[in-house]
Design a protein around this ligand. Sequence first.
Ligand code: 6PG
Length: 241
Amino acid sequence: MQRAERIVVADADALALAAAERLARRAADAQGPIAICLTGGSTPRNLYRLLTRQPWRGAVPWSRIHWFWGDERFVPADDERSNAAMARAALLDHVPAAGVHPIPVATCGPDEAARLYEDGLKRFYGADRLDPARPLFDLVLMGMGGDGHTASLFPSAPALDEDRRWVVGVPSAGLAPFVPRVTLTFPALASSREMLFLVSGAEKRDALARIDAGEDLPAARARSDGTLVWLIDKAACGADG
Ligand code: 6PG
């Protein structure tokens, strides 16, 4: 059972700062092409915007980074609920990149989009089987919903037990927005040098407490072949922080 390192920070701004430092360090340590898997939702927006400003703008080797997503919602590309649209507006439209690899939700259904994205990940990785000694991602950013889901891996969903596919379609989401999704599976997300959870706000307190009480919520199942770190702000921790 992998032990996660928990880092409690004061607030959302401190969380974005700590995450920016970790992302910049992970990118600086990487050899060759860098692969970073982004999370969606609202929490990471602060981080993405912070990265466009100094000192991060000058510290990150942008032209070596390939950007991927851990999940996507089936909404139009310009919809405010789109994870790719949020990341582009907050970060990717403002910095260079070696490649931006959105999940193709505009032209097909969840299962076809999952198959196409998995094919793309395998082409980028250069093999059809993940080797723990050669992670797919240098960094995987993760969030957690109030129900304890992560990526689009929702409680009691069949996708939680997927141990062969890298990407699967999710016909119905367990939390808003209630639209079909595509999500990376735990094995693909685990293929990382670092997995970094960003958990902020009082609305996450209950799910964190349930995980601490031993409940097998999806976010608690997430593992990394590298290091697993949870950045949590005091509001999410509860009164005692
Ligand atoms: C998604 C996200 C999801 C997100 C959590 C937390 O597409 O919904 O990838 O896993 O990280 O729902 O979202 P917030 O940051 O908005 O609370």
